[in-house]
Design a protein around this ligand. Structure first.
Ligand SMILES: C[S@@+](CC[C@H](N)C(=O)[O-])C[C@H]1O[C@@H](n2cnc3c(N)ncnc32)[C@H](O)[C@@H]1O
Length: 214
């Protein structure tokens, strides 16, 4: 199941124009535990005040409140996304909160290149939507400093009783979020970084995978 960048562009053009609806969709996807799960993903990076962090496929900037708390005004957030509309929503959020230390970058994560190395990378519900996600992970790890961490929050189809809903869930998220549930993000991450730790939430439908670059 391979999506194109064209499909990503089309899908997120709509969500970016209606950020409040996107926020609602996130709340539903994360079963009401959105803030807690975003906070845990950021916490796993063990960021310090003044650090630079990359938010890969940042969307409308829903992680930025937690990243701001972690790196403080002396730190820097690089907010990277393909969708111009999602980035515009993230910029508006930054203006509203007076966050002046966010650099916004538009591009394909599979071709990511930065002029500096970063102290941490996170991606929430992003990797599963990136068409060439293995390339994106490789490029991301390239810009991570040695000894620093990458933390990925993503979703997987339910198992057990709830799997009777899988065809419906797969259909909805494929069409509305360019979600490719066939990706094995955790194993792909293990190829690139060490000490990968995986924690599961929401009945196993959400995981946070964290690893360290050596
Ligand atoms: C489900 S949203 C997640 C957004 C945000 N991280 C969050 O937690 O709300 C997926 C995001 O991935 C972005 N995306 C998909 N493919 C991409 C690519 N090749 N390069 C950069 N961003 C991409 C989309 O534009 C969209 O903003």
């Amino acid at each position: 199941m391979q999506y194109s960048l064209k499909q990503v562009e089309k899908t997120y053009k709509v969500w970016g124009q209606f950020p409040f609806l996107y926020k609602l969709a996130c709340l539903i996807t994360l079963i009401g535990r959105e803030n807690k799960l975003r906070r845990l993903t950021v916490k796993a990076l063990k960021l310090q005040t003044g650090d630079t962090v990359l938010d890969l496929a940042c969307g409308t900037g829903l992680n930025h409140e937690f990243l701001e708390n972690a790196v403080g005004p002396s730190g820097k957030i690089i907010a990277f996304d393909y969708s111009i509309e999602m980035l515009t929503a993230a910029k508006l959020r930054a203006v509203k909160h007076n966050w002046n230390n966010i650099i916004f970058m538009q591009g394909d994560a599979a071709k990511l290149s930065l002029s500096e190395k970063v102290d941490g990378i996170l991606s929430t519900l992003g990797i599963s939507a990136i068409p060439q996600h293995k390339e994106a992970l490789k490029h991301a790890v390239n810009v991570l400093k040695n000894g620093k961490r990458i933390s990925i929050l993503d979703a997987q189809l339910p198992t057990g009783f709830w799997k009777i809903f899988n065809p419906l869930i797969a259909h909805v998220y494929k069409n509305w979020a360019s979600w490719d549930y066939t990706k094995n993000i955790r194993d792909d991450l293990k190829q690139l970084v060490n000490d990968v730790e995986i924690k599961k939430y929401n009945g196993g439908t959400i995981f946070i995978a964290t690893g360290t670059k050596v």
